[in-house]
Design a protein around this ligand. Structure first.
Ligand code: SAH
Length: 346
């Protein structure tokens, strides 16, 4: 098996080149080809000698992330991409264009084993983890395709990033490395369903990335109804881990709350949610649930969602309703991939 060269940190690549008997500055050149010029092939690295390129080709691989499909929303310019990996698995990523820059949402695993009830990504279970190189590849491909800089990254696509912790951390290091794409840590958000020990480990890394916690229920009982992971880690433990993250990093937590009609959008839910968020320096993001055909969850009406938001706002909570992007193009996370996998297996 060839080694995955795009997953080496700058320092590791220097050691690799030294072990091949190459000069140190070769590592700088190769790193730049991989992470700044976004090369997909050693052939592109024209300032390296042919013999070095051949040597690299023999020992290493640049894991492919190849575009299969691109959907563009006529409503808001959001793009969804379906990418094929070296083993035929597919993942999806989303490009959102904002006034402040281009933001990409990437997948961290093929499938997911967390089992959240309303989520399309988890229906077929976990297939495998993505390597750091495959996470980067999604962003690099999109930047190459659109020819514009990506300035913000959210790890909120398919998969649970903290269930693929080592690869996820390496990915963050590479993404924010000054020798590479050099994306500011403050422009990166990672979303988790609440894997407590990994949240605590992440806090200890003292990164400046934003941690988003998928809350979805304001009581332990309600969370258990929607998210199997709540059987493993209680709401109290999860909230303590959020507090630890804030203490270690000074970064305000974002809480995500998918609003499901009749399930977690009632008056008492708003009250319970207020009780746990009031004392915290945080931001609340309400996401009207995106219905998927395999499940029967319904979105609250616009009026109810606004009502819910107003109640929280009145209690002094910093809250927004997430703008629905790309509603006309396989909306919810995981749906594009699911459609692809189904059509190709039938
Ligand atoms: N595993 C991570 C990140 C992936 S999902 C996590 O759980 O946070 C990103 C967010 O979208 C999560 O808050 C997730 O619960 C939410 N989500 C997934 N499917 C959804 C749907 N159909 N409608 C609304 N939100 C959804």
């Amino acid at each position: 098996m060839k080694k995955d060269i795009r997953a080496y940190t700058y320092e590791q690549l220097q050691e690799e080149m030294a072990s091949l008997g190459e000069k140190k500055f070769r590592a700088k050149q190769i790193y730049e080809w991989l992470h700044v010029k976004l090369a997909e092939d050693f052939e592109e690295m024209t300032n390296l000698s042919k013999s070095l390129r051949e040597k690299l080709e023999k020992e290493y691989t640049i894991l492919p992330v190849k575009m299969l499909e691109r959907q563009e929303s006529a409503l808001d310019g959001t793009n969804k991409f379906l990418f094929r990996l070296y083993d035929g698995n597919v993942v999806e990523s989303v490009l959102m264009r904002y006034k402040h820059g281009n933001s990409v949402c990437i997948s961290s695993q093929v499938g997911c084993r967390m089992g959240c009830r309303f989520c399309a990504s988890t229906i077929g279970g976990l297939v495998r983890n993505l390597s750091p190189s495959e996470m980067l590849g999604q962003i690099y491909q999109i930047q190459r395709i659109i020819g514009e800089r990506i300035s913000n990254v959210v790890i909120m696509g398919t998969g649970e990033p903290l269930d693929n912790f080592e690869n996820f951390l390496r990915f963050i290091r590479l993404l924010t490395d000054e020798h590479g794409l050099n994306i500011s840590q403050r422009n990166v958000t990672v979303s988790t369903c609440g894997i407590v020990p990994k949240m605590l480990e992440l806090a200890k890394e003292k990164l400046q990335i934003t941690l988003a916690l998928s809350l979805h229920g304001a009581t332990q009982e309600k969370r258990k109804e929607l998210m199997p992971v709540a059987n493993k880690y209680s709401l109290d433990e999860v909230l303590d881990a959020c507090d630890a993250y804030f203490e270690e990093t000074g970064r305000r937590i974002t809480f995500e709350y998918s609003l499901v009609h009749g399930v977690n959008d009632r008056d008492e839910d708003a009250k319970e949610l207020t009780a746990i968020l009031k004392q915290r320096n945080c931001h609340l993001n309400l996401i009207p649930v995106n219905p998927i055909k395999e499940r029967t969850f319904e979105q609250p009406s616009r009026k109810n969602a606004l009502n819910f938001k107003n109640k929280l706002e009145k209690s002094g909570i910093n809250v927004t309703i997430r703008r629905e992007m790309g509603a006309d193009i396989d909306g919810a996370c995981g749906q594009l991939r699911r459609r692809y996998v189904q059509t190709n297996n039938e």
